[in-house]
Design a protein around this ligand. Structure first.
Ligand code: URA
Ligand code: SF4
Length: 225
């Protein structure tokens, strides 16, 4: 079958060896969808290869596009503050996005974030799947609806199912919460505080889940030896 541009995806750029180093190198050359053309670089995930917890955002923003690292701009700063508040270390987790190139529209001198389409999410998803397969975390936390729907399906509603741990056969459990950018964009102070509290609550649930999980794993291990 000829490779017409509509059918292209990250799969066309997958390396044979799929450890994080090889994946990152291959993703740097990805042209699996049109988004590479207007972005500075691929922003691959970053963090611990042995992470028990993987965070998935939507796509890099303006600052991430320039620096080549995920969640370092305003949303990343809020994210870091909340991680510290719930006792999670950024360097012990892995942070990535469901789409790895910055999509934007010009507004004067600024580059405004634009939502990735379902097709772009589908084209890019193999990178995320490969990152998760390489890391084998216990829990994935989706930041916002794009990541949640990309992983849990289009019917998933963050507004209704936020903070629930979804166990999935054969894969890590998933919890979806607010996107830190949505908290920053809240219409007023009261709404912003309420969302931030919800976000803190959900990340605490994630941390507790990991604690329970590692205790259960140690128990299983003890029984075996
Ligand atoms: N928003 C995201 O979803 N990801 C980033 O890396 C930065 C902002
Ligand atoms: Fe490849 Fe994803 Fe970038 Fe599209 S957004 S070019 S699929 S890395």
């Amino acid at each position: 079958m000829s490779k017409n541009s509509d059918r292209r995806s990250a799969l066309d750029f997958m390396p044979v060896k799929k450890n994080l180093t090889q994946l990152r190198r291959a993703a740097a050359a990805c042209e699996g969808c049109p988004l590479f053309a207007n972005a500075t670089q691929t922003v691959f995930g970053a963090g611990a290869a042995a992470a028990r917890l993987v965070f998935v955002g939507e796509q890099p923003g303006d600052q991430e596009d320039r620096a080549g690292k995920p969640f370092i701009g305003p949303a990343g700063q809020l994210f870091d503050a909340v991680l510290a508040e719930v006792g999670l270390e950024r360097k012990a987790v892995y942070v990535t996005n469901i789409v790895k190139h910055f999509k934007w529209i010009p507004r004067g001198k600024r580059r405004l974030h634009a939502m990735p389409t379902a097709r772009e999410v589908d084209a890019c998803r193999p990178w995320l799947e490969a990152e998760i397969a390489a890391i084998e975390p216990d829990l994935i936390v989706c930041l916002g609806a794009t990541a949640a729907q990309g992983i849990l399906g289009r019917e998933f509603r963050v507004t209704r199912q936020r903070g629930e741990i979804c166990e999935r056969p054969g894969g890590p459990s998933v919890l979806a919460t607010f996107h830190p950018s949505a908290i920053l964009r809240a219409p007023d102070e009261a709404a912003r505080h309420a969302m931030r509290r919800g976000f803190v609550h959900d990340l605490k649930s994630a941390a507790k889940f990991l604690q329970r999980h590692s205790v259960a794993q140690r128990e299983r291990h003890k029984k075996r030896v």
